[in-house]
Design a protein around this ligand. Sequence first.
Ligand code: ADP
Length: 169
Amino acid sequence: MICLVLTVFANLFPAARGGAHERTFVAVKPDGVQRRLVGEVVRRLERKGFQLVALKLVQAPEELLREHYAELRQRPFFGRLLQYMRSGPVVAMVWQGLDVVRASRALIGATDPADAPPGTIRGDFCVEIGKNVVHGSDSVDSARREIALWFRADELLCWEDSAGHWLYE
Ligand code: ADP
């Protein structure tokens, strides 16, 4: 109930979002699932200290992907991107924590794996921009939009983070 109130409040007042309750959408793309990298992606976000709020294995419908990547629809690679994202199941997740949008993008690394430093997910596990293993929202507003697109409100679980005391002042 408290979780629902917080979510509604955060959606109504974007400026109130953030802090330890900031959320982001992360997805292991079909190549990441096929290459057994789901655990690796989860491990990196977990060990950083972020809290898992939702997770599911999805064969994403084309309409969902068109909506998810709507900003890129004019780009020449859009068709290939849809084909790639439909080529197998995706693991869709919501993670929560302080500055999680920015920090998870840093853990993921640059869009083109050639520009992603070693130590980042893309820097460590892939070579081509068109097969870059993982997605992470690029802003708090995108995160809100993407979470609402991929998850129903009742799929986002609110659970007491017993490690929170050791992570936050
Ligand atoms: P990011 O995923 O890092 O936020 P973008 O939003 O710019 O990056 O692009 C979304 C996805 O589209 C990328 O992760 C990648 O899978 C794909 N993509 C981007 N640029 C290209 C490209 N030049 N060729 C093929 N695929 C691309």
